[in-house]
Design a protein around this ligand. Structure first.
Ligand code: B4P
Length: 198
């Protein structure tokens, strides 16, 4: 199993690159944002709860998010040869829960790819996406809040994964294909020189 976390600010290209990586490596893609949006669309109880956080640019509480992720792993694990975790973890608590979940299944996070993009570019991309996405969180006010939450709560995870020795910084600006090639080079380096199990 090879398990990869795609990490970065809102609009850094996590979803975009995950789709390409899924095709290329045959990994199983779990996007917590997509799961929440499906629930919102279907109008489930979970979707109604998610709305109240996402519409304000806030994170869904950890306890709920961890349960959602565990359910997704259980639903998709049959025959999977590894996962791409897209948009999860977003807090240290979520990261610790992920480590525990994978340990229970005899595996670990093998690499964390951090897409590094300046805030101005993130804002421009999300405003652009907002013109067509119909997403309630792609407007100027909510984007500002999402960036603040990212810097306060999610970005500390970068240091966490640097300490674990598995963080790989990737410049997330430029063409989608060039970024994809940089990610592939890092993954291939990880597979040649894997980090031993702690
Ligand atoms: P997510 O669905 O994870 O989405 P995102 O951060 O908005 O975007 P992503 O980085 O995937 O960007 P994309 O590829 O689409 O989260 C949404 C919300 O759900 C969160 O704010 C939170 O409320 C909630 N949530 C999700 N997971 C959670 C968790 N674990 N805990 C708590 N809450 C959680 O790219 C963005 C745009 O840029 C696209 O239009 C794309 O075409 C464009 N783009 C991509 N790469 C580009 C490039 N190289 N150059 C130019 N444009 C590019």
């Amino acid at each position: 199993m090879f398990n990869l976390v795609i990490f970065g600010g809102p609009g850094s290209g996590k979803g975009t690159q995950s789709a390409k990586l899924t095709d290329h490596y045959g990994l199983t893609h779990i996007s917590t944002g997509d799961v929440l949006r499906q629930e919102m669309k279907a109008g489930t109880e979970l979707g109604k709860i998610a709305h109240t956080y996402i519409d304000h640019g806030h994170l869904i509480p950890d306890q709920l998010m961890v349960r959602i992720l565990a359910d997704e792993i259980d639903r998709l694990k049959e025959g999977a040869n590894g996962f791409i975790f897209d948009g999860y973890p977003r807090t240290i608590n979520q990261a610790e829960a992920l480590t525990a979940m994978l340990e229970e299944r005899g595996c670990k996070v093998d690499a964390v790819v951090g897409l590094e993009v300046p805030d101005e570019e993130l804002t421009a991309r999300l405003l652009e996406r907002g013109k067509v996405s119909g997403r309630a969180d792609d407007n100027a006010e909510t984007i500002g809040e999402r960036l603040q939450v990212y810097h306060q709560t999610t970005q500390p995870l970068k240091e966490y994964y640097i300490r674990e020795g598995i963080y790989r910084a990737i410049p997330g600006t430029g063409s989608i294909d060039d970024i994809f090639n940089s990610i592939k080079a890092e993954i291939e380096a990880c597979q040649t020189h894997p980090t031993p199990n702690a």
